[in-house]
Design a binder for this molecule. Structure first.
Ligand SMILES: Cc1cc2nc3c(=O)[nH]c(=O)nc-3n(C[C@H](O)[C@H](O)[C@H](O)COP(=O)(O)OP(=O)(O)OC[C@H]3O[C@@H](n4cnc5c(N)ncnc54)[C@H](O)[C@@H]3O)c2cc1C
Ligand SMILES: C[S@@+](CC[C@H](N)C(=O)[O-])C[C@H]1O[C@@H](n2cnc3c(N)ncnc32)[C@H](O)[C@@H]1O
Length: 626
């Protein structure tokens, strides 16, 4: 996909002091009042709050996020309504997002929104293209940054209410075009409604024939009319959350992440693991790293890593803010080029994509050496917000967050699973049923194939060892540095250097593993670990769940996995990137399970679909850069 850098909105006001977009020659809201316009046109026109009452989930879709007034006022109405729906999804496309400091200035005009604005701005994404999902308790905001014409076709949701809020159709025709209208129709759920302040004859004409019954109502702020519409029909009630009891097999980063996402939605989870505690598999490494991986063509891998990295850091920050015991730090990640050709590619990608510097930049060799505090041979990418993280602490925090809805069962190895009377039965080694539930998520890491045929889940164990270097035996280093391997800052007295990649099944570190890790480290920071004896190093070996195409597996398993596969899901295949991907793909899977709006573009969700290997036998890619 061609990478299209975002052009931020320009902060400007007209002569009445109303926020104004010079590029479109129009104001962001009625001069008669922004909040009142939202309440009259968008809430009133969609019969909110009445329509979200008695609903588990209610989804609003908006064209044009702008200042986010519609979002903030909708959130405020939801917060203040004792009879509100359980969860509110607000999905909005925006081609020119405001910078966060401009939002602060704009929102200052509405003190009653101050608290909500502050929360929004605390999570406001970097201005990078694609979908960004933000959680505010039971309110979820999905910002689709980019052109509506590109992004509406990539949304997967069923809207209950549609807010049409482009600039005036004559000034912003693309956002009111047939292409947009037909996408909105596609995304409208049963009995959906729509509202807009515009009564342009053209707008009503474009909706004619879509099935929406349109009506004109009195407008706001001196406007003689506004347009509303509804699809005849009734809302179909979904499965109640209480009936969605789910068993999850595996308490690594995958299993704990999906348990947390399901429990956040009110679902009761039974979590089973063969080990005595969480994070016993690959997720038990003392330290790992998270960072994105840009590419010239902004391919699916890059897009999914960008989205995963941004989502993971928001999640980690939220856990930390809630006081959960999470160990991580945004120390920055220096990703040195492999060779001169790669260095030129890295430099060119940053020059052509010009991402926000907080996300990614290119540093020449001298600056790279300065950042590392150690001489390096070549320049590279600098991911200023990249982080180290202690994966076991993330597993723990995920389990604690909604712990009252997660029942953990350790020291139980699942021997087999079976569909029985519409439920999934989980058997232990002694053929005893240990759990029965409507839904089952397989999150058993590298050995997931023991539970389902390999043909359906071609995940293989990629053996890897990290070496633990005593802090006292190495020079200071406060950032993560990588180049076909990585080394972390010291945490708790040692730093992690990794990682090897083999296909054998030896469970303990070997001398050769340490030798290889030291050699990788020497390639990153020459002579940094001189004098360290591989014979005296500690380390940890575990197995990455590798997928054939290096993309994760998140979704429903095909019915043919078992006679009747309904309710069988998988979350795995993260390879060397589980810490980057687990949180976002867990949110993707939870959204699929609950029939909610998806947090990633449809093509990325399809790229993670475990059924892809059934349609096409896997072509095995070489493991990528670690
Ligand atoms: C050396 C190394 C370094 C890495 N570094 C990084 C990094 O820096 N950044 C990054 O993003 N990723 C990194 N990774 C990858 C990341 O660690 C993995 O992708 C991730 O941990 C996989 O998580 P998981 O939950 O799918 O699997 P696991 O963590 O392996 O969890 C699977 C769990 O399932 C349980 N289980 C399995 N079978 C059964 C059964 N039959 N019954 C009951 N329980 C069962 C196991 O006991 C285990 O607890 C690294 C991996 C390795 C090996
Ligand atoms: C009237 S403003 C929206 C006001 C906003 N709903 C609010 O509550 O503050 C219209 C918005 O549509 C955005 N926009 C215009 N054309 C677009 C397009 N093709 N795709 C996505 N957004 C677009 C503009 O950047 C602008 O922010």
């Amino acid at each position: 996909m061609t990478y299209r850098p975002l052009l931020a909105a320009e902060l400007a006001f007209d002569d009445k002091g109303t926020p104004y977009a010079p590029a479109y020659g129009d104001v962001y809201h009625s001069a008669a009042g922004g909040l009142e316009q939202t309440r009259h046109v968008f809430l009133g026109g969609n019969e909110i709050p009445a329509r979200w009452r008695n609903r588990a989930v209610f989804t609003v879709l908006e064209t044009g996020f702008g200042l986010g007034l519609n979002f903030l006022v909708t959130w405020q109405a939801w917060r203040d309504d004792p009879a509100r729906c359980d969860r509110l999804h607000f999905v909005s496309v925006e081609k020119h997002p405001f910078r966060v400091e401009d939002l602060a200035q704009l929102h200052a005009a509405w003190p009653e929104l101050a608290l909500l604005s502050e929360q929004l701005r605390a999570q406001w994404p970097l201005l990078l293209p694609g979908l960004h999902r933000l959680h505010f308790g039971a309110v979820t905001l999905t910002l689709a940054f980019g052109d509506a014409l590109d992004l509406l076709p990539q949304l997967d949701l069923k809207a209950d209410a549609i807010f049409l809020d482009g600039f005036a159709p004559a000034k912003n025709p693309a956002l009111w075009s047939d292409a947009v209208v037909s996408q909105l129709r596609r995304l409208a759920g049963p009995a959906a409604t729509l509202a807009t302040w515009s009564v342009a004859a053209d707008v009503a004409k474009r909706f004619a024939g879509t099935g929406f019954i349109l009506a004109k109502r009195p407008g706001f702020g001196g406007k003689f009319g506004m347009l509303t519409g509804y699809l005849p029909g009734a809302v179909v009630p979904g499965i109640a959350q209480a009936d969605r009891r789910t068993t999850v097999i595996g308490a690594g980063i995958a299993g704990t992440a999906i348990a947390e996402r399901l429990a956040a939605r009110g679902i009761t989870v039974t979590l089973i693991d063969a080990a005595p505690a969480p994070a016993a598999g690959a997720s038990g490494n003392p330290l790992g790293i998270i960072r994105p991986l840009p590419s010239q063509d902004d391919n699916r891998l890059s897009r999914l890593l960008r989205a995963g990295y941004l989502h993971a850091t928001r999640h980690l920050q939220a856990l930390q803010d809630e006081g959960l015991p999470i160990a991580w730090a945004r120390c920055g990640v220096l990703h040195l080029a492999r060779d001169a050709t790669h260095e030129a590619t890295q430099r060119r990608i940053i020059a052509t994509q010009s991402p926000p510097p907080e996300f990614a930049g290119f540093v020449e060799r001298d600056e790279a050496s300065h950042l590392a505090g150690w001489p390096v041979e070549i320049g590279g990418w600098w991911f200023a917000g990249g982080a180290w993280i202690a994966p076991p602490s993330l597993c723990q925090a995920n389990l604690l967050r909604h712990g009252e809805r997660i029942a953990t069962h350790f020291n139980i190895e699942v021997a087999r699973i079976e569909r029985h009377g519409g439920l999934w039965r989980i058997y232990d080694n002694g053929d005893k049923v240990i759990s029965e539930s409507l839904q089952l998520v397989l999150a058993a890491g590298a050995h997931i194939q023991r539970l389902v045929p390999e043909r359906l889940l071609p995940v293989w164990p990629g053996r890897g060892t990290v070496s633990l270097l005593p802090e006292a035996a190495t020079p200071p280093l406060d950032i993560v540095a990588c180049r076909l391997g990585y080394v972390t800052p010291a945490v708790g007295g040692s730093r992690c250097a990794g990682a090897t990649m083999e296909r054998d099944d030896a469970t303990l570190p070997r001398r050769d593993d340490h030798v290889e890790n030291l050699s990788r480290l020497d390639n990153i920071l020459p002579a940094f670990a001189n004098g360290i004896d591989p014979d005296h190093l500690a380390g940890r070996t575990s197995f990455r769940p590798m997928s054939p195409d290096r993309l994760p597996l998140a979704g429903a398993l095909p019915p043919s996995a078992h006679a009747d596969g309904d309710g069988l899901f998988v979350l795995s295949g993260f390879g060397a990137r589980g810490l980057v991907w687990a949180t976002l793909t867990a949110e993707l899977l939870a959204s699929q399970i609950c029939g909610e709006s998806l947090p990633v573009e449809a093509d990325l969700a399809a790229a993670c679909d475990p059924r892809r290997f059934m349609r096409k036998p896997p072509r095995w890619n070489q493991p990528g850069e670690l």
